[in-house]
Design a protein around this ligand. Structure first.
Ligand code: CP
Ligand code: NVA
Length: 304
């Protein structure tokens, strides 16, 4: 499948068919890998990765993913680039476009990604910004599809900070026909524009009541209260104890509800150890699925 969009910065660039298609393709690639290996779909293709912030899953899954498809990835910390000495984003984008087939960047400010994509002649993928984390959501919806066998009609409860991952999950819900109930303290709601856009195609409900949000949910999700771009320790007090995912909150959800977290997690802060390490948690499948979805995404953007 070839995507219509050149870049993936938010998820809003995708049609519902493309979003669901990417997930199905990821499931196929996963099966193929487990049967002995993937075909070299990206032979001689290269990916350049720019990291302004730390990463474990995103970096490793993109790099290994390229290699499993016969391609090659170059990893750059932005501190090692001339970008850190004032070279413009425009010149960086134009230079990289002459060497490589795709750029994946993890940045503080989402605007930098917009600029990079405007000046690059090759696809640019958002590997996390202060506003969105689209690649995470591909893996999350792949995991939901594997566990629940469908996406349409699935009820997702988001509890905690209405952050970058939450914003992208809202787009994921809109693209797949899932619904979301989002419980955050006042002042920590997800991006208004994203919510409004998504509400045109699905049910997105905002509340301050986590137990009500979790009611009848098929999936319960949370994320850290202190994102890399926003890690003031004082924030934590605004969330605890009310917005912690714990056994009582999980009881409000469906009996067979799954628990998800993009990781890294702070155990016994946003989620108790009993839940994240308990039988409803699917966090390791979710983390693994980053690998399979990165590959489907890369193949759909840069395959010849
Ligand atoms: N979930 C996620 O993006 O993890 P990393 O920060 O380790 O890449
Ligand atoms: N919301 C977190 C996600 C990390 C993968 C952050 O931005 O740091």
């Amino acid at each position: 499948m070839k995507l219509k969009t050149k870049n993936l910065l938010t998820l809003a660039e995708l049609s519902p068919k493309e979003f669901v298609g990417l997930i199905d393709e990821s499931i196929k690639l996963k099966k193929e890998l487990k049967k002995g290996g993937n075909k070299p779909l990206l032979k001689n293709k290269t990916l350049t990765m720019i990291f302004q912030k730390p990463s474990t899953r995103t970096r490793v899954s993109f790099e290994i993913g390229m290699s499993q498809l016969g391609g090659y990835a170059v990893n750059l910390s932005s501190n090692d680039m001339q970008l850190s000495r004032g070279e413009s984003v425009e010149d960086t984008a134009k230079t990289l476009s002459r060497y490589t087939d795709c750029i994946m960047a993890r940045v503080y400010d989402h605007d930098l990604l917009e600029k990079l994509s405007q000046h690059a002649t090759i696809p640019v993928i958002n590997g996390l910004s202060d506003a969105f984390h689209p690649c995470q959501i591909l893996a999350d919806f792949m995991t939901i599809k594997e566990k629940k066998k469908k996406l349409q009609g699935i009820k997702i409860a988001w509890v905690g900070d209405g952050n970058n991952v939450c914003n992208s999950m809202i787009y994921g819900a809109a693209l797949s026909g899932a619904s979301m109930s989002i419980a955050t303290p006042k002042g920590f709601e997800p991006d208004k524009k994203t919510v409004k856009e998504a509400q045109k195609s699905t049910k997105i409900k905002l509340t301050t009541d986590p137990i009500a949000a979790a009611k009848n949910a098929d999936v319960v999700v949370t994320d850290t209260y202190s994102s890399i771009h926003n890690d003031d320790p004082k924030r934590i007090k605004k969330f605890l104890p009310k917005y912690q995912v714990n056994p009582k909150l999980m009881k409000s959800a469906n009996k067979d509800a799954i628990f998800m977290h993009c990781l890294p997690a702070k155990r016994d802060q946003e989620v108790t150890s009993s839940v994240i390490d308990g039988p409803q948690s699917v966090i390791w499948d979710e983390a693994e699925n980053r690998l399979h979805t990165q590959k489907a995404l890369l193949a759909s953007l840069i395959r010849a």
